[in-house]
Write a protein that binds this ligand. Structure first.
Ligand SMILES: [Zn+2]
Ligand SMILES: [Zn+2]
Length: 636
């Protein structure tokens, strides 16, 4: 049997050899670090025999595919520990998949509720199982026998899952007394990866449906080394401190009243100030790149949504209302509105591209269970733009959008990468157009040297797209901007332009949002900056702190000067000690404090204390203002 390795070399092996044996054959070191394999691109157990010619890659602890394997094994170890503690006969297993940065397992336990404080006890048992270093074996059963086996163990959820499997045979994994229905792959032994931590426990409906029983879900994580695990745990600790759902209300930025408007944030003056700054910046850039701003209605006749296809594909997520026996929908997207604007005139090839831009407020229904602060909401504002262009303009237009996005992200200090999603199986339009468009997108990304991955077949059914993922100060990635080519909506709405020869042609539509959702971007920024916004975004840029009542008059003079210079300034003339006022300003993360006392009144100058604690004395107010203006102008 021929095995091809990643470097292109080919070796002959006997049929039935395992990747583990092959690894050992190559080197002892490779074998020691191996956790699994890729066989023809599919994840494979290290000790599962191979019976056919294939391409093989040994996965070691350091490879990006490794966590999928050892975290999955860790979820089995978790389930085994829970069964040992609560009694196998009392525990019905749900599912136990890996997720980003970790894993979970769902349990239905007779007469017991797992609490946070029980996690330690479960961890202890898991450590024991790891120490036992049990071999993990894979076996297959015909479907009916598989069902019999799971029934005999009282595993009703597994029985339900097996019944839905289409293959004739079903695979299981066994370690010690523990057996689980599982596609795998797994580590060969329970002792191979030791570094894990259980993080939390919460309720989760079986298969995510409120109609089903509520199970108990334990979340955990694991890493190949202690160092990586510790770093991750530190990161989530820090993330907890920065949680925008706590910081937002604490800093007076926004709140959410779940009783009257769940998922619809209410922005307070300080939050509105920041949102306005974000909008001003985006507006400025859109203008620079040749967009015109428009405003379209929130509520429009459902007819429009029938035509757009939203009625067929998106109805469940839409809000409706009715007057004079006419049904209306609250817009979930801005595209149809912009198409109405396009159709309002006869368009010639010379008019293209037409770039329309709107801060479009959209409403999309989300289940209450998935709402999450500003990150997952029901009402939000997109900095939404639609470019109508000719096919031959796609490349240039996309490259301009990418430049705009790059300029927009710069002041926030984000690094970012892109993914290019290509034609899915279920798609609209012919393959040639798709290829052309996809190549155009690819070329643009290569030309500007932007890091990107290809997500094969992940495009929208109406066209290929590029998504941008920004990396925040904690190293977490967030998807924000998107550029989507669309051949479908121009068809549906029969929009056209008059070409050189007088014939009617269909334009291409490019959907793009840069921040994506302003609310979400704001939430990301709160955590990214831990609430300490750069000067240009800070709702209060300067606070004046008179040392005592005697100096309030002078403080008011300075206040007036700053205000006249469009600096967002506040005056703390409360009858409190200076120390108290400084602490308060620090808690509110105000970038500059001006401290006014005897010396300052005499000299007619000011003393400044920055958010980081550094101080400057004897500053002329005019110079200070010039400095601030420069920083703000540069959006720092
Ligand atoms: Zn499994
Ligand atoms: Zn759109």
């Amino acid at each position: 049997m021929r095995v091809t390795f990643p470097d292109g070399s080919i070796k002959e092996f006997n049929r039935g050899i395992t990747p583990g044996e092959i690894a050992k054959n190559i080197s002892e070191g490779l074998f020691r670090n191996a956790v699994g394999a890729l066989v023809d691109g599919k994840l494979w157990d290290l000790n599962r025999p191979i019976e056919f010619d294939c391409e093989l890659k040994i996965i070691t602890k350091k490879d990006k595919e490794a966590p999928e394997i050892y975290r999955h094994t860790m979820s089995h170890i978790l389930a085994q520990a829970v069964m040992r503690i609560y009694g196998a006969e009392n525990v019905r297993l749900g599912i136990g998949p890996t997720i980003e940065n970790g894993f979970y397992y769902d349990f239905d336990i007779v007469n017991a509720t797992i609490k946070e404080e029980d996690l330690e006890k479960i961890e202890k048992e898991m450590k024991k199982i790891i120490k036992e270093d049990l071999p993990i074996e894979r076996f297959e059963l015909p479907k009916d026998e598989a069902i019999k086996l799971m029934k005999s163990k009282g595993q009703i959820y597994k029985v339900e899952l097996i019944k839905e499997i289409e293959d004739k045979k079903v695979s299981f994994y066994k370690q010690g007394e523990f057996v689980d229905l599982c596609r795998g792959p797994h580590l060969p032994r329970t002792g191979m990866i030791k570094h894990f931590k259980l993080l939390s426990v919460s309720g989760a409906y079986w298969r995510g449906s409120e109609k089903n029983p509520m199970l108990q879900r334990i979340y955990g994580t694991s890493f190949a080394s202690k160092e990586e695990l510790d770093n991750y745990l530190r990161m989530i600790e820090e993330a907890k401190k920065r949680d925008h759902r706590k910081l937002g209300p604490k800093l007076g930025l926004f709140f959410i009243n779940s009783e009257v408007a769940a998922g619809m944030p209410i922005f307070l003056p300080k939050g509105a100030t920041i949102l306005n700054e974000l909008m001003n910046f985006s507006r400025e850039l859109h203008k620079k790149y040749g967009y015109t701003e428009v405003i379209t209605p929130l509520v429009m006749n459902v007819k429009l949504w029938h035509q757009s296809g939203h009625w067929d594909h998106y109805k469940e997520n839409m809000y409706f209302t009715e007057k004079e026996e006419i049904e209306y929908a609250i817009k979930p997207m801005n595209c149809p509105g912009h198409i109405l604007i396009y159709k309002n005139n006869v368009v010639s090839y010379r008019d293209l591209p037409i770039r329309l831009f709107e801060f479009g407020k959209v409403h999309r229904y989300e289940r209450s269970g998935v709402l999450h602060g500003l990150l997952r909401v029901r009402a939000f504002t997109q900095d939404d733009a639609h470019i109508f262009c000719r096919q031959d303009q796609i490349e240039e237009e996309v490259s301009k959008v990418v430049k705009l996005i790059d300029e927009l992200y710069k002041p926030f200090g984000f690094s970012y990468r892109a993914t290019l999603s290509t034609m899915p199986e279920d798609h609209m339009g012919d393959e040639e157009t798709w290829n052309k468009a996809t190549d155009a997108l690819k070329k643009v990304l290569e030309d500007i040297n932007l890091n990107f991955d290809i997500a094969e077949g992940e495009g929208a059914f109406y066209g290929p797209k590029v998504d941008f993922h920004v990396k925040d100060s904690l190293g977490r990635e967030w998807q924000c901007a998107t550029i989507q080519l669309d051949f479908q909506m121009p068809e549906r709405f029969e929009i056209s332009y008059v070409d050189k020869d007088g014939s009617e042609k269909r334009p291409v539509m490019i959907h793009t949002a840069k921040y994506g959702s302003l609310e979400r971007f704001f939430g990301i920024l709160i955590e990214h900056f831990a609430g300490a916004f750069p000067l240009w975004l800070s709702p209060i840029q300067v606070i004046i702190l008179p040392v005592s009542d005697k100096f309030v008059d002078y403080a008011e003079e300075i206040y007036k000067i700053l205000e006249d210079n469009n600096i967002r300034v506040s005056l703390d003339d409360r009858n409190e000690t200076l120390g108290y006022k400084i602490r308060d300003a620090q808690i509110n993360k105000i970038p500059y404090m001006i401290i006014v006392g005897e010396k300052e009144v005499e000299s007619g100058k000011i003393s400044i204390r920055k958010r980081d604690g550094s101080e400057q004395k004897d500053i002329l107010i005019g110079e200070f203002i010039e400095d601030l203006k420069n920083i703000i102008k540069d959006r720092r």
